[in-house]
Write a protein that binds this ligand. Structure first.
Ligand code: GTP
Ligand code: MG
Length: 390
């Protein structure tokens, strides 16, 4: 009996001991030191695309792939679609037709007069008037009439074609020997720098935009400088041209010194190693000495970075003889190397080409033939005379 009691007591004690041990363990575990806060997370950041360790949890909570997430994602900003400027061939065909449309009357008028059976004094006077009305200028008109008179007298009897004579003489007047290439490349790996100047509203900014498109179409890299800092709208106007074809526009705050913006633009062009930097300037009247001095400064400051390879004077073809005065003054200040004759589509006075070249001894290099983005053509003497004669 005693032995049984002792056995029961021993078993009870062992059982109690076991229970105590197990409970103690569990409690011990629960009271054990808390795991260290996860100090790693800010060091080793899991890439967002990497699957989390606990895949099941994510899978359960993640919505099926086909269901739209409830949180609206911000719209993805679309890259601006760049325009593709018109190719050279189609542009030139189109613009030649437009040139013939605006200037054809001059040639046709001259041809009709020259083809008369009798070239009397009245007829020669009418020829002279026609040329003067087309803004060819007094000197070149007299020269041309003199040459036509001589040739028609000498060759007329032999049945010379009036058209051929007129074509040859007009061509000589327009001077096909002038170098009309645009200097858009610099030497020694530097960018070409084109400075664009002229009076208010002549079409400078539009021309800068159009030239940049032609260069982009030829796979050349371009930076534009918005050195017309007088009006914020002028900067915006240029920026829009640039954005359309993906060309960078260097600008400064309104009222910044235009020379410093021009400097920065050329510096940017040099740093980036682009082919051409084109600098747009504010319109200015040639009789405002202060503004003309400023233009001289713009050019000098640019040249601390890289030589200006082309100074383009933009002239509105509809301004007539006033354009001659502008041409003279601008040329004295910045040494114009080429003329852009704009708005030839809106004027029948293509004779200004001859007058301005004579005045400056500088070639017309480009002609603007409309407000469209690609309405700019290189000036070609032969094509111009052909357009005149229709
Ligand atoms: N029809 C026609 N319009 C042109 C041509 N070139 C420019 N224009 C227009 O002439 C106006 C003036 O052009 P802009 O390029 O702003 O002239 P701007 O010389 O920069 O003017 P400012 O900066 O104010 O001095 C705009 O309405 C142009 O669309 C052209 O060849 N033909
Ligand atoms: Mg402008």
């Amino acid at each position: 009996m005693d032995a049984l009691a002792i056995l029961i007591l021993v078993v009870a004690l062992v059982g109690l001991g076991l229970v105590a041990a197990v409970t103690g363990l569990i409690v011990g575990r629960r009271r054990g030191p808390r795991p260290l806060p996860n100090t790693h997370t800010d060091v080793i950041v899991r890439p967002p695309t990497e699957a989390p360790e606990d895949d099941t949890a994510v899978e359960l909570s993640a919505p099926p792939a086909t269901i739209e997430p409830e949180v609206e994602l911000p719209p993805v900003e679309e890259a601006p679609t760049l325009e593709r400027p018109e190719g050279t061939a189609s542009r030139l065909v189109r613009l030649r037709q437009r040139l013939a449309g605006s200037q054809g009357a001059l040639g046709r008028g001259l041809l009709a007069l020259l083809s008369r059976d009798r070239l009397d004094e009245d007829t020669w006077e009418s020829i002279e008037d026609t040329l003067l009305t087309a803004d060819i200028g007094v000197g070149p008109t007299q020269e041309l009439v003199e040459r036509l008179r001589t040739r028609m007298r000498v060759e007329g009897g032999t049945g010379a074609d009036a058209r051929t004579v007129l074509r040859e003489e007009l061509l000589a007047l327009v001077d096909p020997s002038m170098d009309r290439r645009l200097q858009v490349s610099g030497a020694d790996g530097q960018p070409g720098v084109v400075l664009v100047v002229g009076v208010n509203g002549a079409g400078k900014t539009t021309t800068v935009g159009k030239i940049s498109r032609i260069l982009v179409a030829e796979d050349r890299s371009v930076v534009l400088g918005a050195a017309d800092t007088f009006r914020a709208a002028a900067v915006e106007q240029l920026a829009t041209w640039g954005e359309r074809v993906g060309v960078e526009v260097v600008r400064g705050p309104e009222g910044t010194d235009p020379a410093s913006v021009a400097f920065e633009a050329v510096k940017e062009g040099v740093t980036r190693g682009v082919d051409t930097v084109i600098v747009d300037t504010a319109g200015r009247l040639q009789n405002k000495a202060g503004l003309m001095d400023e233009l001289g400064k713009v050019k000098r400051v640019i040249e601390k970075q890289a030589p200006v390879t082309e100074v383009l004077l933009v002239l509105d073809a509809t301004t007539g003889q006033n354009g001659m005065i502008q041409a003279r003054v601008f040329s004295e200040v910045v040494d114009v190397t080429g003329i852009v004759l704009t708005k030839l589509d809106g004027s029948a006075k293509g004779g200004i080409v001859v007058a301005v070249q004579r005045e400056l001894g500088v070639p017309v290099k480009l002609v603007g033939l409309g407000e469209g983005a690609d309405d700019l053509a290189p000036f070609d003497a032969g094509a111009f005379v052909d357009a005149l004669l229709g």
